[in-house]
Design a protein. Structure first.
Length: 463
C-alpha cells in the first residue's frame, strides 16, 4: 500500500479490451508519476495481461507493457477497490449493437455501461472524474450523471467524454502520434477543472494544439461522425467501382485523380469488398437510430445508405463470382485468401469474409479459407456451417484444385506468392476475383488467369 502514496494521481480504467489496454499502457509509459490500473470482470483476460502473452496483438504494445507493468501499470479484477482508490476513471467497457427489444440491430446496448455506472456509485468514497472512453450515443453522459447523482452521498462526479480514434494494427502509433485528442466537458467551472486534468495527461506527449476541447455533446457525437465520414468515403468509392465496371473506367485511377485534390486527399478511398471491423457499421447504425429517434428521418436515411451501399458491395462481389463462373459454383472449390476484416490483424468482427463465405456456401461451393492470423476466429464465426468449409493455413494448398481464388483481405503475404505454381495446381479455366485490387492483374493474366478486379475492366481469355 505504501508505494501508492508516491504517485501523483490514480487513474483507473474499467475494461481491459482493445481500447482500454493500449490506451492505458501508453498513458502509463508517458506519465510515470501517475498510477494506472486496468480492471476487468474477465479474469482470464486480466491473467493474460499479467502474463508474457498479452491478449491483444498490436505492434509496439508488448514492449510498452513490459516496461511499465508492475511499476505504474497494473491489471486486476478487483474493480471495487480500484474505484475506491481512483481519482480519474476511464470507462471502456464494450457497447455492442443491441440484439433485442427496442432498437435491436441499431441502437447501442448500454447494459454493461450502466452496470458500471452503478458499480462506480456504490464503491466511491471520494470525488472522481469519470471519462467515457467507450463509443456512446450522444447525450449518454446525461444518463451517466443521473445514475451517479442518484446515489449521492456528498460525492462529486464530473463526467467527461474522451473518445478513442484507434485503428487496429496501428493503435500504439495512433496514440503516440495522435492527429488529435478530443476531450468534451461541461462548460462549468467544475467541468473545465476536470477537463484540464485530462488535458494534462495527454499533454505529457502531445502538443497542446492537438488536444481539442469541446462541450460534452460535441465530443460524444464527433466520435460517431468521424467513423461515419470514414465509412462514407469507402462507400462512395465502392459505389463508383460498380459504375467503373460498366464503363471501362478504372477505379484506382479515379481514386488517384480525385484524391490528388488536397481538399479530398488519398486516404480511405480504396475500393474493396466492403468495410468491416467492430466500429463502422455499429457506429453508423447508432447515428441512424439517434437521428430517427429525434424525428430527423432524412438525416437517418442519408447515413443509413452508407451501410446499405456496403451490403450491396459485398453482395455484388459474390454475384460476380457466380455469374462469371458460368452461373454455377456448386461443388466447386473456391479459395478465399484472407478472412480478417483488414490486413495485419486476426480480428474478423463484421468482416466481409463472413458474408461472402455464407453466400458461397448457399451456392453449394466448397470454401477453402486461408489467412495468416484469422483462422481461429473464422472457425468461431462459421460455427455450425462447417460442411463445405476447409481451413487451410497454406495458401498453395488452399488453391490446389480450386476453380477460383477470391482475395478478401489485403495481406501482403498474398502479393508475394508464386502464382505460376498456383495456376498450374488449379482447375481450368482458373479465376481470380481480387476484392482488394491487391495483385498485379496484368501479370496474372499473362500467366493464364481470368482476372476480375474491383472497379476495373476484367482481363479474361474468353472470346
Ligand atoms: C471499445 C469501446 O469500449 C467500444 O465502445 C468501442 O466502440 C469499440 O471499442 P473494445 O475495447 O474493443 O471496445 O471492447 P472489448 O475488447 O470487448 O473490451 C471491453 C472489455 O470490457 C472486456 O474485456 C470486458 O470483459 C470488459 N467489461 C465489460 C467489464 O470489465 N465490465 C463489464 O461490465 C462489461
Ligand atoms: C476504425 C477507425 O479507423 C478508427 O479511427 C476507429 O477508432 C475504429 O474504427 P478499424 O475498424 O480498426 O478502425 O479499421 P480501419 O482501418 O478504419 O478499416 C475499417 C475497414 O474499412 C476495413 O475493413 C478496411 O479494409 C476497410 N477499408 C479501409 C476500405 O475498404 N477501404 C479503405 O480505403 C480503407
Amino acid at each position: 500500500m505504501e508505494y501508492r502514496m508516491t504517485f501523483k494521481k490514480n487513474i483507473l480504467c474499467i475494461g481491459a479490451g482493445y481500447v482500454g489496454g493500449p490506451t492505458m499502457a501508453v498513458i502509463a509509459l508517458k506519465c510515470p508519476e501517475y498510477r494506472v490500473e486496468v480492471v476487468d470482470i474477465n479474469e482470464e483476460r486480466i491473467r493474460q495481461w499479467n502474463s508474457d502473452h498479452i491478449p491483444i496483438y498490436e505492434p509496439g504494445l508488448d514492449s510498452i507493457v513490459r516496461e511499465t507493468r508492475g511499476k505504474n501499470l497494473f491489471f486486476s479484477t478487483d474493480i471495487n477497490k480500484g474505484i475506491q482508490e481512483a481519482d480519474i476513471i476511464f470507462v471502456s467497457v464494450n457497447t455492442p449493437t443491441k440484439t433485442f427489444g427496442e432498437g435491436a440491430g441499431m441502437a447501442s446496448d448500454l447494459q454493461y455501461w450502466e452496470k458500471t455506472a452503478h458499480t462506480i456509485v456504490e464503491n466511491s468514497t471520494s470525488n472522481k472524474i469519470i471519462v467515457e472512453k467507450s463509443t456512446l450515443p450522444v447525450r449518454t453522459a446525461e444518463a451517466m450523471e443521473r445514475i451517479l447523482k442518484a446515489g449521492n452521498r456528498g460525492i462529486r462526479f464530473e463526467v467527461l467524454s474522451n473518445p478513442e480514434f484507434l485503428a487496429e494494427g496501428s493503435a500504439v502509433m495512433d496514440l503516440l502520434e495522435a492527429d488529435r485528442v478530443l476531450i468534451g466537458a461541461h462548460r462549468t467551472p467544475g467541468g473545465l477543472r476536470a477537463e484540464q486534468e485530462i488535458v494534462d495527461i495527454y499533454a505529457h506527449w502531445l502538443p497542446r494544439e492537438k488536444i481539442i476541447t469541446t462541450n460534452l455533446w460535441s465530443s460524444e457525437l464527433s466520435k460517431l461522425v468521424a467513423n461515419a465520414f470514414l465509412a462514407q468515403r469507402i462507400s462512395s468509392i465502392n459505389a463508383v467501382s460498380a459504375l467503373c465496371e460498366k464503363t471501362d473506367a478504372d477505379v484506382s485511377e479515379i481514386a488517384y485523380a480525385v484524391g490528388s485534390d488536397s481538399r479530398i486527399g488519398h486516404k480511405f478511398i480504396n475500393a474493396s469488398i466492403g468495410f468491416g471491423g467492430s466500429c463502422f457499421k455499429k457506429d453508423i447504425l447508432n447515428l441512424v437510430y439517434i437521428s430517427r429517434s429525434y424525428g430527423l428521418l432524412e438525416v437517418a436515411d442519408y447515413w443509413e445508405m452508407v451501410v446499405s451501399m456496403n451490403e450491396y458491395q459485398k453482395h455484388r462481389f459474390v454475384q460476380k463470382i457466380v455469374k462469371e463462373m458460368f452461373n454455377t459454383i456448386a461443388g466447386k472449390k473456391i479459395a478465399l485468401f484472407g478472412f480478417a476484416f483488414k490486413a495485419n490483424t486476426g480480428d474478423t468482427r463484421e468482416s466481409a469474409a463472413i458474408y461472402i463465405t455464407k453466400q458461397l456456401l448457399e451456392e453449394h461451393a466448397i470454401v477453402a479459407i486461408s489467412d495468416p492470423k484469422a483462422l481461429d476466429n473464422a472457425k468461431i464465426d462459421l460455427k455450425g456451417m462447417d460442411n463445405g468449409v476447409l481451413y487451410i493455413p497454406d495458401p498453395y494448398e488452399a488453391a490446389n484444385d480450386a476453380y477460383a481464388i477470391a482475395i478478401v483481405t489485403e495481406w501482403s503475404d498474398f502479393k508475394n506468392l508464386d502464382y505460376e505454381r498456383i495456376f498450374k495446381s488449379m482447375k481450368k479455366p482458373a479465376f481470380i476475383f481480387d476484392g482488394r485490387n491487391l495483385l498485379d492483374h496484368h501479370k496474372l493474366s499473362e500467366i493464364g488467369f481470368n482476372v476480375y478486379p474491383i472497379g476495373k475492366t476484367p482481363l479474361t481469355h474468353f472470346d
